[in-house]
Design a protein around this ligand. Structure first.
Ligand code: 5GP
Length: 208
């Protein structure tokens, strides 16, 4: 059965990752792309909906899911909160030929690369630390302590950029979106993808 591609997208918070993924999906005409909804123990921000932005769960619920082996990866990311990707939903969508995007941090990316070496990973960089801080403050979602924590975590996150297959610098949004779309297109043109997707044609061409 032909499968969709699995992509990891990581970035320090404020680099524009969520906006890029939303725009990518909004412009997708194939309806063959989805973002995995993670579980987290952090509290919802204003406007965030359960099962849309995250599955918001308690620490006890999260730890029970760990025990049940539900997570493909999980990590403590911000403020001691757990974040995790559950495997069943991803598997089902990939099996239907849908490309699945995981918006996760470097710790989760490392765990998944070990389990699924064919995963493709993309790192989004901000054009500068000053711009990153400006964007975090502009979101108006976090207290100044949380922003300070996010800035120090940002540098930690950025230090892992070289573990990824692709890097996009999100300076001009539309250019960054085009870069992302080009990566996805190139991934559809690899030998492994094309030889599977166009088996019939290739067999005909070689049938003499
Ligand atoms: P936020 O609290 O801003 O929604 O997310 C904080 C960070 O957690 C982001 O960098 C995001 O990529 C990461 N994250 C979200 N879901 C997951 C997940 O399921 N696993 C891991 N490892 N990181 C996640």
């Amino acid at each position: 059965m032909f499968q969709g591609n699995l992509y990891i997208i990581s970035a320090p918070s404020g680099a524009g990752k969520s906006s890029l993924i939303s725009a990518l999906l909004a412009q997708d005409t194939t309806h063959k792309m989805m973002v995995s909804v993670s579980h987290t123990t952090r509290k919802p921000r204003p406007g965030e909906q359960n099962s849309v932005h995250y599955h918001f769960v308690t620490v006890e619920e999260f730890e029970a899911l760990i025990k049940d082996g539900v997570f493909l990866e999980y990590a403590k990311v911000f403020g001691g909160n757990y974040y995790g990707t559950s495997l069943p939903a991803i598997k089902e969508n990939l099996a239907q030929g849908i490309d699945v995007f995981l918006d996760i941090d470097w710790q989760g990316a490392q765990q998944i690369r070990k389990k699924l070496p064919s995963v493709k990973s993309i790192f989004i960089l901000p054009p500068s630390l000053a711009e990153l801080e400006k964007r975090l403050i502009g979101r108006g979602q976090d207290s100044s302590e949380v922003i300070a924590e996010r800035m120090s975590k940002a540098i930690d996150e950025i230090s892992h950029y070289h573990e990824y297959d692709y890097v996009i610098i999100n300076d001009e949004f539309n250019q960054a979106l085009t870069d992302l779309q080009h990566i996805l297109r190139a991934e559809k043109l690899t030998i492994s993808y094309q030889s599977e997707q166009n088996k019939g044609l290739i067999n005909q061409l070689l049938a003499k």
